[in-house]
Design a protein around this ligand. Sequence first.
Ligand SMILES: NC(=O)c1ccc[n+]([C@@H]2O[C@H](COP(=O)([O-])OP(=O)(O)OC[C@H]3O[C@@H](n4cnc5c(N)ncnc54)[C@H](OP(=O)(O)O)[C@@H]3O)[C@@H](O)[C@H]2O)c1
Length: 182
Amino acid sequence: MTRTIYYTATTLDGYLADANDSLDWLFVQDIDTEGPMNYDEFFADIGALTMGRTTFDWVHRHLAESGESWPYGDQPTYVFTHTELPPVHGADIRAVGGDVAPVHAELVRAASGQDIWVVGGGDLAAQFAEAGLLDELMIQIAPVTLGAGRPLFPRPFDLELTELVQNRAFACARYAVVGPRR
Ligand SMILES: NC(=O)c1ccc[n+]([C@@H]2O[C@H](COP(=O)([O-])OP(=O)(O)OC[C@H]3O[C@@H](n4cnc5c(N)ncnc54)[C@H](OP(=O)(O)O)[C@@H]3O)[C@@H](O)[C@H]2O)c1
């Protein structure tokens, strides 16, 4: 059955990126790419992705600067935005917006029985959670604090810790979404 999973790295104080959308703090961390909760294993089960416009713009900028190609294969990627998206060579990108529920139904169809990856940002993940459409958070916590930046999950929710492992510098935690805090 398709699960909807918010899989991301964060700082210890709960930021996805600094205030300038930089991930410099992340790329210097030590990780075993074949270790617990590694990306390749996670991505092998993903059939469709969704992300917010800021995250898309970061990826798009990174590709232009590095010359790398689109990192998410031909899995359909639904980007939430209010404006048009630039085309990306080799990517199946679909601009969407508004209520997450109808988009989630499309994501489920597109995933064809595999899982859905909510790439971020945090508020978009929380929109899925508020609609009752987010199953899990898989969070790699880096040993760094920023004091400010783009928040991991900026809405009040209760979660249940279901797994906790170390991957070198990272504390990797899996949480089931319980529901909005009352
Ligand atoms: N640490 C990590 O592994 C990790 C993972 C993911 C992301 N990141 C980084 O974290 C930052 C995330 O930024 P963020 O949280 O500010 O933003 P985000 O979710 O990536 O993007 C926010 C934007 O998405 C659009 N949006 C969101 N919900 C929408 C809806 N329901 N309908 C229409 N449009 C909607 C709006 O774009 P419009 O401008 O079009 O209105 C909004 O301004 C980025 O720098 C990203 O690169 C880091």
